[in-house]
Design a protein around this ligand. Sequence first.
Ligand code: CO
Length: 506
Amino acid sequence: MNKDLARLAELDRGRCLVAHIGALLGWDQEAFLPSAGIEERSEQLALIQTLEHEKATSPEIGELLARLGSTTETPLGAAALGPMERAYLRVARREYDKATKLPAELVAELARAISLSQAAWAEARRRSDFSAFAPHLEKMVGLSRRVASCLGPDRRPYDVLLDLYEPGSTEESVAAVFSSLRSDLSSLLDKIRGRPQVDDSALHRNCPAARQAELSAWLMDVLAYDRSRGRLDTTAHPFTTTLGRDDVRITTRYIENYFPSSIFSTIHETGHALYELGIDPGPAFVRTRLSEAASMAVHESQSRLWENLVGRSLGFWKLKYDRLVRLTGGCLDGVGLDAFFRGVNKVEPSLIRTEADEVTYALHVILRFELESRLIAGTLAVKDVPEAWNAKMKELLGLVPPDDARGCLQDIHWSMGSFGYFPSYALGNLYASQFWTAMKASIPAIDREVEAGNHAAALAWLREHVHRPGAAYLPGELVERATGAPLDARHFVAYLNGKYAAVYGF
Ligand code: CO
């Protein structure tokens, strides 16, 4: 390997080591930290973040990138380099620019504003008082515009922000995908509303946490999550975190009167972990930026694929159902496999995004995408957000929030200035279906394999087409390489129509 590239990778590994130490502190904070320990922990985390930032912005990285021919305009660098080396340069340049292009005073102002804004948001949500949060939202919109103009002065601000989460995407490309999706989901929802509602009351029987923990352990094994390279703990909000190349951990939570919550959280996070553990763009790139996920949405596609396309399918449970019934200890007495399948796939328009089902979820995201792109463009005023939100909810889901706490104040993202983040949640579902369709074309027996409890073929396909390259391809490139076509919402719509015709009988 080129000497400059090797040095670049070495510096990158030094940064990664610090980032993984930070992740360990963060994981411990969520899972185990005694409450009084929080004060020093915040200082520890701040120190680690400063160290990481120093390592990410080392002027030597800039010099190496320049010597290798990688500039902001030509990130891939010298044409004589190999394809993976060039892919690495592109990622390294992107991250270096992100870390160095924001003036220190803007970074400091952002940090201060975010912490005030988050506190104000939490209080405003508690009291359901949008007017108390409005000045902070105003501030976050302004700061986000400034961030966008530093990172991409010639581009539309919202495009620059989107690019932070989903590299290569634009408002136009996302809007094109969402516009057909929106009408397809609305008509599916109409069909579902015309049918009798599914009765899922049996799923709310009490199931002790200890039993749910056994269930989670079993499912991790079923999905071949190598527990010598990870572990499961419990936290208020389930998540996955990477502490090392061979240390990817997940968390779940046990709700005693709704055990499916932990089943699907555990499968979801296992999907994230399988992705992280499968990244392997080559020995030269271990613990570099190339060994990270392609994007937020690609990450989410891996969790949703296992959670929804596999875990919420009838086939997945066919041979496992007796064991599930035994492990839940009486919760499923008198409930057949078919009723369980319909119960865990119940569709019901609701006010809260994080509780939404597969059909209505994307509509919640489309609402946020439409509003936040207008906020950043300046065509929606902050003071008009509640009214715009409620009108969109009525239009898309037929519901009007009784208060702003259950409306425009429900999510934390805007209070942190994370504009452009929401679309990745929905894009993840779309990628998942498109990957699954392509997998099925190359492994026609995949459904029977899943039914037989053999998930190795699906995992191997994902390893090869999605996991292994890490960040070597932009999400759009990855999808085209894996499936032979650009992102197309029709795969997702076809999957939903097939599944919900079975669930609701139309
Ligand atoms: Co996720």
